[in-house]
Ligand binder design. Structure first.
Ligand code: PEP
Ligand code: MN
Length: 338
């Protein structure tokens, strides 16, 4: 259920409404918006009567939300969510490009790639310190040492850091370094982890699970929002299908569908989506054409030497070419690229 109020509603009236919600055994969430103030109600709302709230002072409208996910739904908030990360906006008119290697490998590698990306005008550096690998014998990431390197590179180049949180025990140390905490595909339904990351208040990049539906993805985002953290960026990274000629099947259908049902921004990760470096630019363009708010792309200064996902990583010159093409495409979908 959703209660709509004028933006200038006195605090006293807001608190009275919230008290009544809590007294009925439900949770009240103030939802930020630019034209209206909304209070989302979660919990067993079947016991609530709309009219009990309609008669309260300052209440303009009371609406039932029909989807299983509530706080992240378009019904709850009509306008798109725009997230401000140290002055860079995600979800607005400007496309967001997150780029970098799959993993932090060593000092020289991450500094070299960060320098290249900074010179190309990139504001978000991605790189995993904790890596979820299908095989226990594959490179698992530099872990704490990787986080230290990310902290150094952030200081040197002023880039926003996007890095994955694999398990709840590392939440504090990852949150200290990350400007955006990534929750990977394999953890999309690790609900304890989602609650933990929600509590940090940090922006979360939530990647779609390997066999998750769009509804599953939005319900996982709801776990984070239920912690009163609305700084959530969704990411389409491909799903498992019967097709074996590509690593995954990049389900670009999800982009306009998510836009219809949710106010959250969505990025496309064509690198994991197709898994073939030379085909990544085509799917990156397709993602933007489908209406994504930006891209997450794996870039490595020497893809052939990468310790993980080298085959799908772009070399800097290919990445630069792609950026130039994206600049031409952006205005077609009413976006800009700086
Ligand atoms: C990654 O971004 O490197 C990664 C492991 O992604 P995913 O969780 O989508 O497989
Ligand atoms: Mn990867």
């Amino acid at each position: 259920m959703l209660i709509l109020l004028e933006l200038d509603t006195p605090r006293e009236d807001i608190e009275k409404i919230k008290e009544k919600i809590i007294a009925k055994g439900c949770n009240a969430h103030e939802i930020p918006g630019s034209s209206k103030l909304a209070i989302g109600i979660t919990g067993s709302t079947s016991n609530l009567k709309e009219d009990d709230f309609r008669i309260m002072k300052s209440v303009q409208e009371v609406v039932r939300v029909s989807h299983k996910y509530k706080l992240v739904s378009r019904e709850m908030k009509k306008e798109d969510t725009v997230i401000d990360i140290n002055g860079s906006k995600v979800g607005g008119k400007e496309l967001t490009i997150i780029a970098g290697p799959c993993s932090v490998e060593n000092h020289d590698q991450i500094f070299k790639i960060a320098e290249i990306l900074k010179n190309l005008g990139i504001q978000f550096l991605r790189a995993g310190a904790f890596k979820p690998r299908s095989s226990p014998y594959s490179f698992q990431g530099l872990k704490e040492e990787g986080l230290d390197l990310l902290a150094q590179v952030k200081k040197e180049f002023g880039l926003n850091i996007v890095t994955e949180l694999l398990n709840p025990y590392n939440t504090k140390e990852v949150a200290e370094v990350a400007d955006i905490i990534q929750i990977g595909a394999r953890n999309m339904q690790n609900f304890a982890l989602l609650e933990e990351v929600g509590k940090t208040g940090k922006t979360v990049l939530l990647k779609r699970g390997l066999s998750a539906t769009v509804e599953d993805l939005l319900l996982s985002a709801e776990y984070i929002a239920a912690q009163n953290n609305f700084n959530i960026i969704l990411c389409e990274r491909g799903i498992r299908t019967f097709e074996t000629s590509t690593r995954n099947t990049l389900d670009l259908n999800s982009v306009p569908v998510v836009k219809k049902y949710s106010h959250l921004p969505i990025l496309v990760d064509p690198s994991h989506g197709i898994g073939i470096g030379e085909k990544v630019p085509a799917m990156a363009m397709a993602g933007i054409a489908a209406g994504a708010d930006g891209l997450m792309i794996e870039v490595h200064h020497k893809p052939e030497e990468a310790l993980s996902d080298g085959f799908q990583s772009l070399a800097p010159d290919t990445f630069e070419n792609l950026l130039n093409k994206l600049k031409q495409l952006a205005p077609v979908v009413d976006k800009t690229l700086g």
